[in-house]
Design a protein around this ligand. Structure first.
Ligand SMILES: Cc1ncc(COP(=O)(O)O)c(C=O)c1O
Length: 496
């Protein structure tokens, strides 16, 4: 049971700010009545903003839609770290496409060219059975050279959720085929985010995602994550000590011979950018290995440079058996995920007389693979791993003033991402309501044109890795300005 706070849950009702039209928005035409045909230009960016917002509101069911929010933000163009909405208003994208992607920035011609070339050469051919394409083979080889040693095989997916589902299946299959068919349990963590398909959604530590959609994936057990800012979770013990004891007890209770794998993000992303103590992953790794339990590192956010290395699990001491990735693999230009695994895992699930019954129509899609290859080229040529560490420094320096404000409990910077945890009381560390944190993100959006997001009480930054120093400074000073007007006692942001 959590003592200090509960896992951050996307809530349906956030009434933070007015949903009326933005100041300065170009509203060129009344929204059409339902069922009325409207003739408009075929160029999306020339369509009236209000019309697009209305179409969106009426016809799109959004991922993680917040039921009580009627405003819509329709984006139509991007360049570098800047995006424009349908009204022509410019925004600074401090959240990488709003969802931790856009590593190489928006509007890269090289990626458009790679996609166009591949579409005209061969748009798609399956990777099922013995088939494959030149681009998926080249990409798989490239990933194995970038990955931690021993990760010699790659399975391609279209998303992070599919990558996680694949990893969970691989772990179970591996044990089954090696003669340990009882190893079915998966250990995951509260606050972890792994996706929204049934497997990945069950492994995710956000209880609301498992409500009213059950039965969820059976045999998934959650343990606590490291959360150094909230030591009250650990009953007076050191963070790692408590967590290792809890993990040992969990293994004993479930029975080591019944557990397939543990899954965890090297640094919790959606949980609020929370890094573990340095000894956490090495000790977890050792304990799992001593019981024959596999470790899956979910690097959907941390992979491909977000924290200054290609993969963050190795420097954290995870020495993972399976690594799940997506987002930064293509910078989000086209959907693609990749599951990297040790050769022995691939060999146990397919080979000899054994067939592997798992795959997607678009696994290894050549257009996605071509874009991924071009994307990795850019990351390399423009030294974006190093840039990620520079962004880290700019964030640290720029947020130093904000850290002193009464509403700021903790500032956590990990590579090119940051979590600013807001508190109602700095002494007791009581978190602000999600509604108030959302109001802060709204104020940054409306007043400063800076795109961030709150995950529960934590404001999160995860910009393109091409972020410039001036853009980092604009982001951090906007945050400091807005938080300076946040009065946690009244739960209001004072007018400027
Ligand atoms: C760590 C992690 N794993 C998995 C996922 C799921 O990826 P997707 O949304 O592409 O299915 C996410 C998404 O944010 C994530 O952060």
């Amino acid at each position: 049971m959590l003592t200090g706070t509960t896992p951050h849950v996307p809530r349906a009702a956030h009434a933070g700010r007015s949903s009326g039209p933005r100041a300065g928005a170009i509203v060129s035409g009344n929204p059409p009545r339902p069922g009325v045909n409207v003739t408009i230009s075929s160029t999306p960016s020339t369509r009236p903003a209000a019309l697009l917002e209305d179409l969106d509101r009426r016809h799109v069911l959004h991922p993680h839609e917040r039921g009580h929010r009627s405003q819509r933000r329709v984006m139509v163009r991007g360049q570098g770290s800047t995006v424009w909405d349908a009204s022509g208003r410019e925004f600074l994208d401090a959240l990488g496409g709003g969802i931790w992607v856009a590593q190489v920035g928006h509007g890269r011609q090289e990626l458009a060219d790679a996609a166009a070339r591949q579409i005209s050469e061969l748009a798609h051919f399956t990777s099922f059975f013995e088939y494959g394409t030149d681009k998926s083979a080249l990409l798989a080889e490239r990933l194995t050279t970038l990955a931690p040693a021993g990760m010699d095989r790659v399975f391609f997916t279209c998303s992070g959720s599919e990558a996680v589902d694949t990893a969970l299946k691989l772990a179970r299959l591996h044990h089954h085929h090696r003669g340990e068919p009882d190893r079915n349990w998966i250990i995951a963590r509260h606050y972890g985010y792994h996706g929204t398909t049934y497997g990945s959604g069950t492994a995710t530590g956000i209880p609301n995602m498992q409500v009213a959609v059950g039965p969820n994936l059976p045999h998934v057990e959650k343990v606590m994550p490291p959360y150094p800012y909230r030591p009250e979770m650990y009953g007076g013990q050191g963070t790692t000590e408590f967590l290792l004891n809890e993990l040992s007890e969990t293994i004993e209770r479930l029975g080591a011979g019944n557990i397939a794998a543990m899954i965890g993000e090297p640094v919790l992303g959606g949980g609020g950018v929370i890094a573990p103590p340095a000894d956490y992953w090495p000790r977890v790794r050792e304990l799992l290995r001593s019981h024959g339990i596999l470790l899956i590192a979910d690097e959907v956010i941390t992979g491909y440079g977000r924290i200054g290395s290609w993969f963050d699990s190795a420097p954290r001491g995870m020495d993972a058996d399976i690594i799940t990735t997506a987002k930064g693999l293509t910078s989000g230009y086209v959907p693609m995920g990749a599951v990297l695994m040790r050769e022995e895992i691939a060999a146990s699930v397919a080979g000899g007389e054994r067939d592997f019954f798992h795959g997607h129509t678009y696994s290894g899609h050549p257009v996605a693979a071509a874009v991924a290859l071009a994307n990795l080229d850019i990351i390399e040529k423009e030294s974006l791993l190093a840039r990620s560490l520079a962004i880290s420094e700019w964030f640290r320096t720029g947020l130093a003033g904000a850290a002193e404000l009464p509403s700021v409990g903790d500032v956590r910077v990990e590579g090119a991402m940051a979590g600013i945890e807001l508190v109602a009381d700095k002494a007791t560390r009581e978190p602000v309501t999600d509604t108030l944190a959302l109001a802060v993100a709204d104020e940054l959006y409306e007043t400063h044109g800076v795109i961030t997001r709150n995950y529960g009480p934590t404001l999160v930054l995860s910009p393109p890795l091409v972020f410039e120093r001036a853009e980092a400074e604009r982001t951090t000073s906007a945050i400091t300005e807005v938080l300076g007007r946040l009065d946690v006692a009244s739960g209001r942001i004072a007018p400027r």
